[in-house]
Design a protein around this ligand. Sequence first.
Ligand SMILES: Nc1ncnc2c1ncn2[C@@H]1O[C@H](COP(=O)(O)OP(=O)(O)O)[C@@H](O)[C@H]1O
Ligand SMILES: [Mg+2]
Length: 146
Amino acid sequence: MCLNFHTNSAEETISLGTKIGNLLKPGDIIAMQGTLAAGKTTITKGIAQALGITEDITSPTFCLISEYEGKMPLYHMDVYRLEGGEDFIDLGVEDLIYGKGVSIIEWSEKVMEELPKKTIILKLEAVEGTTERNITITNWPHGEIN
Ligand SMILES: Nc1ncnc2c1ncn2[C@@H]1O[C@H](COP(=O)(O)OP(=O)(O)O)[C@@H](O)[C@H]1O
Ligand SMILES: [Mg+2]
């Protein structure tokens, strides 16, 4: 299933993230695509809220992987600094992405070849000069998002 959304503020993107998060199941993997400041970390904040995570979600650009405890674990990764798929596997991510938590990968364009077929793809595009974002979700297995 392919779904498309528009948001006009960070708050709207967080609220969409919450709706997405409410539908996620253990083992789901979300590959986030989109340039710097597209809203990847912002939408992750909403997803984390839905998972019952109260800790503040910060960008994992420097630590690469942050783990949060909620209804199920959230593994929040940012692979911007990696060369490619081999580095990704060397980090030991297989235990996480094939585990019982939800995995979110920012800058996933770099490591797509290492992600399973069932991976959900969430793409954010900023409309230049505005706060509008086009958000497309493909390979979504959980029905309508209302
Ligand atoms: N509609 C919107 N959705 C998400 N973020 C927005 C929106 N409009 C403005 N912003 C701002 O854009 C920035 C997005 O940053 P962030 O989520 O860290 O991006 P990324 O993780 O993709 O680099 C934030 O400063 C946020 O407040
Ligand atoms: Mg980010």
